[in-house]
Design a protein around this ligand. Sequence first.
Ligand code: GLY
Length: 381
Amino acid sequence: MASEHMSKQALKEPETITVALGERSYDICIGNDLLDQAGPIIEQLRPGVKCSIVTDENVARHHLAPLQTSLETAGIKNKAITLKPGEQTKSFDQLSALVENLLEQKIERGDLVIALGGGVIGDLTGFAASILRRGVDFIQIPTSLLAQVDSSVGGKTGINSQYGKNLIGAFHQPILVLCDIDVLKTLEPRQFHAGYAEVVKYGLIRDADFFHWLEDNRAKIYDLNPEALIHAIKTSCMMKAAIVSEDEKEHGLRALLNLGHTFGHAFEALTGYGDKLLHGEAIAIGMVLAFEFSQQLNLCDQGLANRVQSHFQDAQLPTKIQDIPDAAQIITLDALMEKMAQDKKVERSQLVFILAKAIGEAFVSRDIKPQTLKRFLEQNL
Ligand code: GLY
């Protein structure tokens, strides 16, 4: 996504947000040119450390050489492991191969693993780091908008199961997150749009003013205007950091971050976790449905779902089940009910939904009856 608006003059000093977790606290740095500054930043954090960089073929093409140059210039010994891109990489087979590869590279307890990539690479690498020698430290260098605002922050790591997405994993916090907005220039527009859905999520769950700001500034963000982009990423990361600091292991508050996810994960499972429907696209539809469901249950004012839907439409995102390719064949009522019952957000066989009282006022609901859900889904198929 080339943009003439993206200039390196803008905001040279990175913005820094701390995820406060006692001795496991860490910083998220957001700014320009951070790949080039990674070497000195990491050397200052861990003098004399050795690293393995885990990335995928697409990301490696654009961003591996600058990162390695920066590490080498700072005197940091490093090797790279380049995996196939795509959600299929979040599998047991790939995890096992990656862990063996890291052992072969002699990564020890005091060394570092760097995840250079989007959500798939971050989740898989973080999980590998959590089990390698019972846990080695890792750094997230997220290269997609989705990873910068969500998956790289907060320590959720893992792989997919045939029963659903992210069902196997561990909480393992990174020791640093570097969000370089320059890397977003090479992101495909569709991937960028999907990541934007996660940005909107923060406004919808806890910050109506941010949602209104996004309604006014989305076009600037899509133009990669550095100030707008940094404000959007910073606001998202600040909210995520605050929520994770309060509820690291998702006993309560953190569940709000799953707005749209109970629906969305079912759509992803039924479309095969592939290019047919990206995670951000699935949760965009899921968030509209969460507002429609909230309206139908008289929890929020009528008209809010339309407002959310029209923002996602402006953002070139799918907003209804019929927008999913081959929906009529694969998104059936029975299949949806089955997948939603298997989602990891099910507790003691109860469905857990994130619903809303207003824009910016999401809450966790544990009392939705399967029959109520079924009736709602029937109307939306
Ligand atoms: N992406 C949801 C969470 O990190 O909790």
